[in-house]
Every structure is written in C-alpha cells, then in structure tokens.
Design a protein around this ligand. Structure first.
Ligand SMILES: Nc1ncnc2c1ncn2[C@@H]1O[C@H](COP(=O)(O)OS(=O)(=O)O)[C@@H](OP(=O)(O)O)[C@H]1O
Ligand SMILES: [Mg+2]
Ligand SMILES: [Mg+2]
Ligand SMILES: [Mg+2]
Length: 317
C-alpha cells in the first residue's frame, strides 16, 4: 500500500500546483458548461491529465474512473480551452493531453482508482475552497484516500495548503502541500450536549438546507453552521474543526445519487480519523454499484459520538 500512497501523493501534489496556477490567473473563457449544466475548467482537465498519466505509468493494470473526459475538448469549438490547458502543460502534445484525460474512462471493478480532479469546481471558480480527490477502491471499499486542499490553511498558515491521506486500518494523516512532516489527525470529541458545528455545501442546490436547518434547531444555540465547498468538508471534520457534515437530498432533485469520486477519499479519511460515515438512514456506504452510490440516499458524516443522535433526529418522521 505504501507504493500506492507515494505515487498518489506525488500525483495530487503535482495537480494541486497546476490548479493553483490556473486559479491565480483565471478568466471566464477558462471554463465550459457540461451537458448537466455544471462547470468544468482548464484546471479540472489539466489535473485529471496529470494524475491519470502518473497513475497509469506506475500501475498500468489498474483502471481509473475519473469525473471528466476529453470528448468536448476534441470538438473544434473548444480549441481555445485545449490550447489553454497546453499552456499549463508546456511539454505535452495535444494528443498526450487528450489521451491522458481519457485514461480516466475506466470502469469500476475489483480494484480501481476513482478521481475527482477538482471537487467543488464552483468553489474553484469563486477562488474559494476546492479539493483534488483520489481514492483506491478494493472490493467495493476505499482502501486509500488522498485529498489535496490548496486553499485550506495548514495549521492556520494561510500561505500553506493542506494535504490529507488515509490508508484503511492505519489512520488518517495531514501534512502541508509542498511537503513536510505527516501528523495523525483525529475527529473531535464533542457529544450531543456540547456545541455542534455543522458543515454544509456552499451551493444550496447540492443539499437540503431547510431540512438541515430544522435538525439544527434541535440543538438550539449550541448548533453552529460552517459552509465549505467540496470534500474540504471531510478534511475539516477529520481534523476536529467541525463535528457533523450532512448532505441531504434536495427537493428539486430528489432522485440525485451521489458520485463515488465525490465521497470515496473523504469518507475513508474521516473513518480513519475515528469518525462515522453512513447514508441518511444509517446504512454504510456501498461503493460497488458502479459510478454512483446507488444503494445509498444522502450522507451523514460525524465524529462518531454524534452519529446515532443525528440519525435518530433525521428519521423520527
Ligand atoms: N444536485 C446535487 N446534489 C448533490 N451533489 C451535487 C448535485 N449536483 C452536483 N453535485 C455534486 O456536488 C459536488 C460539489 O460538492 P459540494 O456541493 O460539497 O461543493 S460546492 O459547495 O457545490 O462547491 C460536485 O462535484 P464537482 O463537479 O467535482 O464540483 C457535484 O458532483
Ligand atoms: Mg463536476
Ligand atoms: Mg466532485
Ligand atoms: Mg469535479
């Protein structure tokens, strides 16, 4: 597992650097709108290209299931975006860029990587929080997870981003992006009688803020809301800066199923930091139903001590 970890950390570090460069000089033309009307940027594509290339060089036999693909970039009308990606990958040919992005078109199997090259693209566009999320899944469960969080200060140092990783059964660790000593992280110790810090999506369309609001009301003044984009929420909870992360289905999209790359890395990191991750009914997440969490609805992520209480409150009808 150590070899997987070393390569995964290097790949995420490399991608994080490019994402930071793109974000520093981001212009409107750097993004496209996908079929589902969500945005994708030069940085999402460059990040996926770099990480897929690195993983495939090291582990040619392991499929990669990535969020993005190069189909839109192969169309003439998007040539500008493709050229822009090339500016950030100066030694790469156009075909190398396109083909490396498409290395992420693998299928979920007994052992595969899942990659979200930028999770929280809307946060990235706002120059706010986003994460590069990579996980290795074996027999339907994440066994290695890495989260690169370029805009999440490490130890309060605003100029240093945060890297977090976990190996199943071995704990969760954090270090600064750019290198440094890895330290183990643990979730908070807060119980239902303490202050409860709730994490929620910035994008109202990705969650059900009104249901969450009703649940928080149960805790009165002790409930605090904290909003972050992306899987940064998992990293924040794993290092005890928050206690609960709820992702409840939105009434506008009641049938929405979560994508595996939006949760695999973060869920393992929180679990290895001592927390609990289930769906809104208390059922463990099942990552062996293709690219979506088809057997689960909504998500409840807690420090463990709060889990039962939250599930009870959500399901009391
Ligand atoms: N309707 C709906 N419900 C739930 N989730 C959705 C929905 N639509 C999109 N997405 C996914 O949300 C991912 C971003 O996660 P967050 O909502 O936590 O971040 S953010 O506040 O929106 O930035 C985002 O991931 P990225 O596309 O990688 O940014 C989407 O996969
Ligand atoms: Mg997306
Ligand atoms: Mg995502
Ligand atoms: Mg994404």
């Amino acid at each position: 597992m150590k070899t997987y970890l070393t390569i995964a950390l290097q790949a995420v570090e490399q991608a994080a650097k490019i994402c930071q460069q793109v974000q520093a000089q981001l212009v409107e033309e750097d993004s496209l709108t996908k079929k589902d009307r969500s945005p994708v940027t030069v940085a999402d594509f460059a990040s996926q290209a770099i990480i897929c290339k690195r993983l495939k060089e090291a582990f040619p036999e392991i499929d990669i299931v990535g969020e993005e693909d190069a189909q839109s970039l192969r169309q003439d009308e998007n040539r500008e975006v493709l050229n822009k990606i090339g500016q950030f990958l100066p030694d790469w040919s156009v075909d190398q860029i396109l083909d490396s992005i498409d290395l992420g078109n693998g299928e979920p199997g007994a052992l595969f990587w899942t990659l979200d090259p930028i999770d929280g693209t809307k946060g990235f566009l706002r120059k706010d929080q986003y994460a590069i999320a990579l996980a290795l899944l074996k027999d339907g469960q994440p066994v290695l997870g890495v989260l690169g969080c370029p805009n999440l200060p490490f130890n309060g140092q605003a100029d240093r981003g945060t890297l977090m990783y976990a190996i199943k059964g071995e704990g969760a660790f954090t270090l600064p992006l750019g290198g440094g000593e890895a330290k183990q992280v643990h979730v908070s110790d807060n119980d239902p009688e303490d202050v409860v810090r709730f994490l929620e999506s910035v994008e109202a369309g990705h969650a059900n803020h009104s249901l969450q609001g009703r649940l928080m009301a149960h805790f009165g003044d002790r409930a605090k809301a904290v909003r972050f984009d992306s899987q940064v929420k998992y990293a924040v909870l794993a290092r005890a800066d928050a206690d609960v992360y709820l992702r409840l289905p939105n009434s506008e999209k009641p049938d929405y199923r979560e994508k595996i790359w939006d949760h695999a890395a973060g869920a393992l990191i929180v679990q290895e930091a001592g927390g609990t991750v289930t769906d809104m009914f208390g059922k463990p997440l099942e990552f062996n139903h293709g690219k979506k969490l088809m057997a689960n609805r909504g998500l409840v992520v807690t420090n463990g001590k709060l889990h039962q209480k939250i599930i009870e409150l959500l399901n009391r009808g």
